[in-house]
Design a protein around this ligand. Structure first.
Ligand SMILES: NC(=O)c1ccc[n+]([C@@H]2O[C@H](COP(=O)([O-])OP(=O)(O)OC[C@H]3O[C@@H](n4cnc5c(N)ncnc54)[C@H](OP(=O)(O)O)[C@@H]3O)[C@@H](O)[C@H]2O)c1
Length: 270
């Protein structure tokens, strides 16, 4: 066998990272060694996951096979961290642990996993459809060969940005938390359509298409957000009357504060 990638925690995000690697045949199912906590999740993955990866759970003795992988992704919730007991593998070089946990610092990871070189990664839910954004902070002891391999894992389904660790919390707020803010905005605009007499389903379809069109205009044409706003606001018109309400209700400030709040919450997990 050429390679072994360990995954500690095989939930939504781990699946979203691993599945495109298997779809694109960058890794083989037999090269993936996963550990979940419960027998229930273990059986669920065995029965329903489309690839026959190697999987075990916390009560089985073969979980050491996961700890024996030279590179592992840690994909549990930050609150579950204290239940993970590091196992030492006697490889020549220290193993690598890639943590995708919100907030938890490299410093804290290194204290919990002293036999590993730890890396912090932030990714976001659109990775599920290969449209993700991933931020990586390296610790000092990762060589170029491993950096390229680890970037490849995430580049398969996301755009990858390398940051010093101090910027990962704001990256998380803006990319990993904000999809929920966008979902809330879509839902609320849809309720606006509903209030005006359209069905909820049609309203949300219109909102999603409108957002897609607007975003593509901003992305592909050389226009700024201010240019676009000016293009659709005419004197005494409908759009400026809508924007006036949003300014009065403090939407702009609420959005800024929501990002700062998410960043600060991420810092609390350190
Ligand atoms: N949701 C997002 O948008 C997002 C985006 C980027 C990053 N993240 C980060 O990704 C991480 C995972 O999130 P998720 O949504 O994928 O969580 P999830 O679906 O709840 O998956 C957590 C996984 O960890 C396993 N686990 C829990 N305790 C364990 C233990 N002691 N030993 C082994 N495995 C254990 C669980 O197994 P059982 O099912 O058996 O309990 C499950 O497979 C979080 O740290 C989060 O901060 C989330």
């Amino acid at each position: 066998m050429s390679f072994k990638l360990g995954i500690i925690g095989f939930g939504n995000i781990a699946k979203a990272i691993i599945t495109p690697l298997l779809d694109n045949k960058l890794l083989k199912p037999e090269e993936i060694f996963c550990l979940v906590n419960s027998k229930k999740s273990f059986e669920n993955v065995k029965a329903n996951y489309k690839y026959k990866i190697r999987i075990t759970h916390s009560d089985l003795s073969d979980k050491d096979l996961v700890w024996d992988c030279p590179i592992k992704i840690l994909a549990i919730k930050p609150q579950q961290l204290e239940n993970i007991k590091e196992k030492y593998s006697n490889h020549l070089e220290k193993d690598i642990l890639i943590s995708i946990l919100a907030g938890v610092s490299i410093d804290r990871l290194t204290k919990i996993f002293p036999n590993h070189r730890c890396i912090r990664v932030v990714t976001n839910i659109p990775i599920t459809i290969s449209k993700g954004l991933t931020g990586i902070s390296w610790s000092n002891d990762i060589d170029q060969k491993n950096k390229i391999f680890i970037k490849n894992i995430f580049e398969n389904s996301s755009k990858v940005f390398e940051f010093s660790e101090e910027y990962l919390d704001i990256f998380l707020a803006l990319t990993s938390s904000a999809p929920a803010i966008i979902a809330l905005i879509i839902e609320a605009l849809g309720d606006g359509g509903l209030s005006g007499g359209l069905s909820k389903k049609l309203s949300e379809e219109l909102v999603i298409e409108m957002i897609l069109g607007t975003v593509l205009m901003l992305k592909d044409s050389n226009i700024s957000t201010m240019d676009l706003k000016n293009m659709v606001t005419s004197p005494g018109g409908t759009t400026i009357s809508a924007l006036r309400i949003l300014e009065k209700k403090g939407l702009r400030s609420a959005l800024i504060e929501s990002i700062i709040q998410a960043m600060n919450k991420s810092k609390e997990f350190r």
